[in-house]
Design a protein around this ligand. Sequence first.
Ligand code: AKB
Length: 316
Amino acid sequence: MRNAKILVTGANGQIGTVLTRTLKERFGDSHVIASDIRPALHGDWETTILDVTDRAALDAIVRTHRIGYIFHLAALLSATAEQNPQKGWQINMDGWTNVLEVARKAGVQRVFFPSSIAVFGLHTDRKLAPQFGPLTPTTMYGVTKVSGELLGQYYWNKYGLDVRSVRYPGIIGYQSPPGGGTTDYAVDIFHKAVLGRPYTCFLGPDTRLPMMYMDDAIRATIELMMAPPEQVKVRIGYNIAAMSFTPAELADAIRKHFPDFEVQYAPDFRQQIAASWPERVDDRHARSDWGWQHRFDLEAMTADMIAHLQSDAVAL
Ligand code: AKB
């Protein structure tokens, strides 16, 4: 990725913020173009304002900067897309179609698509979702992620465009707030715990979902994009796993640091979304193809989150 510039779309979102910072540190500030529909809240870079549904604007940025690599993170997440499914389809699918077409025509070298555990549905083995198996999501977000994976694979087969993808679990990080996801509770809960306040969780206590610490998610993304092409044998989204827990288990892990922490449960519409997703995913293909390995489990993630949120609070 040193030989051509990198474009990140959705650079000011939850994952985009941390990915952009990491790429800029690694490859140089001017080497990475941070684009988003709105200016940065948590990043310290100049944002190139871009609506990914505007193909001409995307094309102009890619050609002006001679972009070689695109990390396409701009998307609506599961809860937001479910509240406005037509908009979810438009942003997630029109945006992705534009990225693929612009990349193909402009000769972009590699493109990253952020898929999700939301590709799975009620016909999947919820105890351990396989890499290859039925993809029958019930949410609009999941529909766009399955369609996006297949479209990326099509561009690879038909045009040789080097599209790579992972299926992110819920991502937990202290660096940026999540927005509009079903797994957001696992970030929100830490902010309340550190402030010494109780938390009301919008999922039930026993809702088990796959999760990952932000540091691992960023490393997976960059490692996949840097892997030699022959190691990338799966051209739909790779399952990647790190840990799996319920809200009650996360609350217990936090109570090891804050014994008086209180959590109440008031499941809302997001409970039904979570119930359609698997509890764990089988990521053996990512591990054997390009060497994926997670570093953070529940205890390590909890300790690191709390340490960072506490030191940020002191710094404020
Ligand atoms: C969401 O909850 O929508 C996302 C995801 C699992 O893709 N965090």
